[in-house]
Unconditional design. Sequence first.
Length: 103
Amino acid sequence: MMSFPILYPPGQRQPVNAPTSIPWVLVERHVDQAQQNHYASLEALAQRGGICPAELVAILEDREYRPIALDAAVRQIAALIDAFNAGERHARMQAAELEGLVI
């Protein structure tokens, strides 16, 4: 699965267990906001190493960038990733159950 990198600037403390990337599928629907905020495509931003958590939250919320605390941004991103992963696991379990059914 493709992922979008999360950049932690040098000299800034990276929270313990902070995600270093987010599934691409979660950011791809916000391509217009990324272009508006950064004047660059998601692909270009990824090639540059990603963006910081606060900038990523702004894109995911389809709004202009405004500073937020690093810990708050990381918590929001981690929660979104956890929810996505839980949904993926649920979908795999349902598919496995359906494969086990005889019609």
